[in-house]
Design a protein around this ligand. Structure first.
Ligand code: 3HC
Length: 320
């Protein structure tokens, strides 16, 4: 199955940077366009990528030439660079630029918010080639819903029921990588209700080329991975909230008693508390099942702007 020649990664956070890195270094995709609406995020992300590559070189895991070539295949695109080729008021100049540069696959790795992702999928469907695979690295949001947004992006004459709409929705798929992307061995692939066989196979081939094993999940809230992980993390936060044990003892129990590489509170910090909350809200809203209701403490911590490792503090320490 053909791999993309020009891959666009949307979002230069920890997931987007990891995906761009494995796509370039492992899959050797000839061009990887990295877009973020915040240019400082791209600068920060690429600095981190450079550190990872330098570490791989120093450990002999990657040759200096391969690291250099991988980095050279990555081109950053910002709203400002995109608007120079279009009008300054064009909020979708970035999508047009990704299309003009020939993107034949996109992996969207923006914040875990439905409205943000729907906006991106509308813009992508409107501006990218009619053959491009439109993939999302969402942790929990419905792929079927994102495919619906893509069809809306084509304009009012195209509907989910007509041939053009079906073909567009057929190109939307979930490719769910795990953090840290260069280290974790899995990519969960999720077909929406409309995803075509060809798209599914292209998504799997891409994940394998990036060095990942593939598992497939139906398009249910949280898919297999987060439908199982998030109630576990939430239960650990509730243990802390109710005073069952200290932060350290909760994490130690799972690390040393069950052989987990990280305790659940450390893992929630590592994923990002805002991301955990967003996923739990999607699970709860999508199922109306109380087992997915986010803990009050998690909500309060996010309200306080305590987002975990990415905001520079190990937050749960304050509650130990
Ligand atoms: N990015 C890239 N590489 C990283 C990294 C990062 N953020 N953090 C650590 N690494 C690399 C290190 O460089 C090191 O590589 P090396 O073997 O080549 O030297 C390797 O990982 C091991 O790192 P350390 O020796 O520093 O530390 P540990 O042995 O403690 O491992 C860990 C770190 C791999 C993060 C390990 O603790 C772990 O596996 N934790 C669990 C992670 C996990 O469960 N991830 C899934 C989260 S859920 C998710 O992503 C889904 C989403 O939808 C929520």
């Amino acid at each position: 199955m053909a791999l993309p020649r020009v891959l666009s990664v949307i979002g230069a956070g920890q997931m987007g940077i990891g995906i761009a890195l494995v796509a370039s270094l492992r899959a050797k995709i000839p061009t990887v366009l990295l877009y973020d609406r915040d240019p400082s995020q791209i600068t920060k992300g690429l600095e981190f990528m450079d550190k990872l590559l330098a570490k791989d070189v120093s450990k002999g895991k990657t040759s200096e030439d391969d690291a250099k070539a991988a980095r050279g295949r990555i081109i950053s695109i910002t709203s400002s660079s995109a608007s120079s080729s279009t009008s300054n008021n064009d909020e979708f100049g970035w999508a047009r630029e990704l299309g003009e540069r020939g993107s034949d696959m996109v992996v969207e790795a923006a914040s875990e918010r439905l409205s943000i992702k729907e906006g991106i999928f509308r813009a992508l469907a409107k501006n990218l080639s009619k053959d491009a695979v439109l993939a999302s690295n969402t942790s929990s949001i419905s792929i079927t819903k994102l495919a619906g947004a893509a069809v809306e992006g084509l304009g009012s004459t195209i509907s989910k029921a007509n041939e053009e709409g079906k073909s567009c929705a057929g190109r939307v798929v979930g490719v769910h990588f795990f953090n840290p992307v260069p280290v974790m061995k899995l990519c969960e692939v999720i077909p929406g209700l409309q995803t075509s066989e060809v798209t599914l196979e292209r998504a799997k081939a891409f994940a394998v080329a990036c060095g990942k094993e593939v598992s497939t999940s139906k398009d249910v809230p949280g898919f297999v991975s987060n439908a199982l992980l998030m109630p576990f993390l939430n239960e650990a936060i509730m243990c802390l909230e109710s005073g069952t044990a200290t932060r350290d003892d909760i994490d130690k129990t799972l690390r040393l008693g069950m052989g987990h590489p990280m305790g659940p509170l450390q893992l929630a910090d590592f994923i990002g508390l805002d991301t955990c909350l967003a996923i739990q809200e999607t699970l709860y809203e999508g199922t109306r099942d109380s087992k997915y209701r986010p803990s009050v403490l998690l909500g309060r911590m996010v309200d306080a702007g305590w987002l975990g490792k990415k905001s520079g503090v190990v937050e749960f320490i304050s509650f130990a």
